[in-house]
Design a protein around this ligand. Structure first.
Ligand SMILES: N[C@@H](CCC[C@H](N)C(=O)O)C(=O)O
Length: 308
C-alpha cells in the first residue's frame, strides 16, 4: 500500500447499513473485484476522513457445497475477524436487495463455520449463530479448566467474567448498571488482556429480570459500538450459565433490542433483529503509482461518532 496514491484506482460500489446502530460498509465482491489493504480499510472506517463504519462486510462466492455465500468481516482497525451478528442480518438483507439471491433462508460460510440467516415477512432477520464454544483453548482463553466464571487480574484488580466464543471471542461481566459500568476503562484493558491471546469483545451485562437484560459491548478492533449481535448472544449464554437468565431473553443495547434464545449446552444460539439500509455509494480506491502520505497517530480503536 505504500506505493499507492489516493483516488486514482478503480471505483468500488458499496452500501452503508446498520443493525441497531452497529454500522457497516457492505461490499459485493461477486460482481466487482475486491482487494483492500489494512491501511485502506482503516481509512475508510474513519468517521471524519472516510465513509465511517464499525465493520466492513464483504460478500463473496461460497467456497463450500450447499452454501450460498462466503461472508468476510473486517473491524475498523482493519483486522479480519470470524463473526459479526448484526452484520449477518445486514448481509441477508443486502444479498436479497441486490438480487444476488431470491432465497429467504440463506446459508453463509464464515471463517468459523456455516451460519443460517432467515428473512422474515416482517423484515426482521433471524440468525442461527451456531453452538457457543465454552472450551477455553477453543475460545481462545487461558485457563486450566472450563468454568462458568473466571477471575481475571487486571492491574491487581480482580474482574469476574465468563469466556465464550460465538465464532469470535467474548468476555462477559455482570454489572449492577450498564450506565455506570467501566466500559471505556476496563473494556480496552480486557480486550487486550493476555488471557485472551486473540483479543476479545468485552460485554457488560445488566440483568433486569430473567427475560430482560441490558448490555454494552466494547468491541475488539472497533471500540464501543451501539450494539453487538454476537456480544448479545454471548451475554445470554453467560447469563444462562450463571443461572440468571431464562432461555429467551430480550437484550436492550444502546441502539435497540435483540431477541436471543439459547436452550442450553449443545444448542445453537438464535438471534432475531432488524437490518437497515442507509444509502448506496461509490468511491474511487487508491491507485498504485505514488507513495501515499500516512496520517500519523491514528488510534486502532477510535471513539464512536455518537459518543459511544
Ligand atoms: N459487531 C459485531 C461483532 C464484530 C466483530 C468483533 N468486533 C470481533 O472482533 O470479533 C456483532 O454484531 O457481532
Amino acid at each position: 500500500m505504500s506505493q499507492q496514491k489516493r483516488g486514482q484506482g478503480p471505483i468500488m460500489r458499496f452500501t452503508k447499513m446498520h443493525g441497531l446502530g452497529n454500522d457497516f460498509m457492505v461490499v459485493d465482491a461477486i460482481s466487482q473485484p475486491f482487494r483492500l489493504s489494512t491501511d485502506t480499510i482503516r481509512e475508510l472506517a474513519d468517521r471524519h476522513f472516510g465513509v465511517g463504519f464499525d465493520q466492513l462486510l464483504v460478500v463473496e462466492p461460497p467456497g463450500l457445497p450447499d452454501v450460498d455465500f462466503r461472508y468476510r468481516i473486517f473491524n475498523a482497525d482493519g483486522s479480519e475477524v470470524e463473526q459479526c451478528g448484526n452484520g449477518a442480518r445486514c448481509f441477508a438483507r443486502f444479498v436479497r436487495d441486490q438480487r444476488l439471491t431470491n432465497k429467504r433462508v440463506i446459508r453463509v460460510q464464515t471463517a468459523k463455520g456455516v451460519i443460517e440467516l432467515k428473512i422474515g415477512r416482517d423484515g426482521l432477520v433471524a440468525v442461527n449463530m451456531g453452538v457457543p464454544e465454552l472450551n477455553p483453548p477453543a475460545i481462545p482463553f487461558a485457563a486450566d479448566r472450563r468454568k462458568n466464571v473466571y477471575t481475571v487480574d487486571v492491574n491487581d484488580q480482580m474482574a469476574e467474567l465468563s469466556a465464550i466464543s460465538m465464532g469470535n471471542p467474548h468476555g462477559v461481566l455482570v454489572v449492577e448498571n450498564v450506565d455506570t459500568a467501566p466500559v471505556e476503562t476496563l473494556g480496552p484493558l480486557l480486550e487486550r488482556h493476555p488471557r485472551f491471546p486473540a483479543r476479545a469483545n468485552i460485554g457488560f451485562l445488566q440483568v433486569i429480570d430473567r427475560r430482560h437484560a441490558r448490555l454494552r459491548v466494547f468491541e475488539r478492533g472497533s471500540g464501543e459500538t451501539l450494539a453487538c449481535g454476537s456480544g448479545a448472544c454471548a451475554a445470554v449464554v453467560a447469563g444462562c450459565l450463571r443461572g440468571l437468565l431464562d432461555a429467551r431473553v430480550e437484550v436492550e443495547l444502546r441502539g435497540g433490542r435483540l431477541l436471543i434464545e439459547w436452550q442450553g449446552e449443545g444448542a445453537p444460539v438464535m438471534m432475531e433483529g432488524p437490518a437497515t439500509t442507509v444509502f448506496e455509494g461509490q468511491l474511487r480506491l487508491p491507485g498504485e503509482s505514488q507513495p501515499r502520505r500516512r496520517r500519523s497517530a491514528r488510534p486502532n480503536t477510535r471513539p464512536h461518532k455518537n459518543g459511544a
